[in-house]
Design a protein around this ligand. Structure first.
Ligand SMILES: [Zn+2]
Length: 258
């Protein structure tokens, strides 16, 4: 299995998930078709599946044009998104498996950003495609769920093996790490990652993939037990910081206007 990030729109990533043996590929979140079709041609692979993480236009915008170019392609999204994902041919839910060639991914249902948000987990080699649920050093806004639901969704991803490569939906990592620094100024891992990401971005390269281990060390939304984060929130006037859900909600509200 090989993953090829495909930059789309302003700061989106689609991904080709390539089965090297059969030269077939799935594409995760094609926001637009042309760069995805060009990448597939460049790699010499046949597109056999679209794996959508959620219904937002900047993740599904290329579905129909890709289906026109690849008749019979399977288009996968959560079963509740059938009326919202263009061209969807298959509905999935927690624990289902999808595959392309000899590559298989298991579905994790991650309600919060949207009610039908899913991640695709591959175990060999370990990788997860998280859409707008888990970002590099951040998480998506909570549009269709509660803060508690979103935190529970992030907990499921945080429980994946530490060396799992994390492929997220947007290049927000540099900006997110500025927020990490504000929320947890004494976190040396945040400083180190921020320097590294700035170097990578200055060279024009993507900050994907990260790993679950890196996110556990530097992503404030996975660090709601941090005493520094709790005291930063108190200094900002948050009165309720009891429990992880309250800390998460306070962090998310702050980040929404950061
Ligand atoms: Zn979204």
């Amino acid at each position: 299995m090989r993953v090829v990030p495909v930059p789309c729109l302003k700061d989106n990533y689609a991904y080709l998930v390539i089965c090297e043996a059969s030269k077939e590929a799935a594409v995760v979140d094609p926001s637009e078709a042309p760069p995805v079709l060009a990448a597939a041609a460049r790699e010499g692979v046949r597109l056999r599946a679209v794996w959508n993480t959620h219904h937002h236009w900047d993740h599904v915008g290329g579905n129909e044009a890709i289906a026109t170019e690849n008749p019979g392609i399977e288009i996968v999204a959560h079963e509740s998104d059938r009326s919202r994902v263009p061209g969807q041919t298959r509905g999935v839910t927690e624990g289902d498996r999808v595959s392309v060639g000899d590559v298989t991914a298991e579905i994790i249902h991650n309600p919060g950003h949207t009610s039908g948000a899913v991640s695709y987990v591959i175990s060999e080699p370990r990788a997860v495609f998280t859409g707008d649920t888990l970002f590099g050093a951040g998480c998506g806004r909570v549009f269709e769920g509660t803060h508690a639901e979103m935190r529970a969704s992030l907990d499921k991803l945080a429980a994946l093996p530490a060396d799992t490569a994390v492929y997220f939906g947007h290049e927000y990592t540099d900006k997110n790490l500025r927020f990490s620094s504000a929320a947890e100024p004494d976190n040396a891992a945040v400083k180190e990652r921020h320097r590294r990401v700035q170097t990578v971005r200055a060279a024009g390269d993507p900050s994907v993939p990260s790993t679950i281990a890196e996110e556990l060390d530097t992503n404030p939304f996975l660090r709601t037990a941090s005493e520094t984060i709790v005291s930063t929130l108190r200094e900002r006037g948050e009165s309720d910081t009891r429990g992880k859900d309250a800390v998460f909600a306070a962090l998310r509200r702050w980040k929404d206007s950061f």
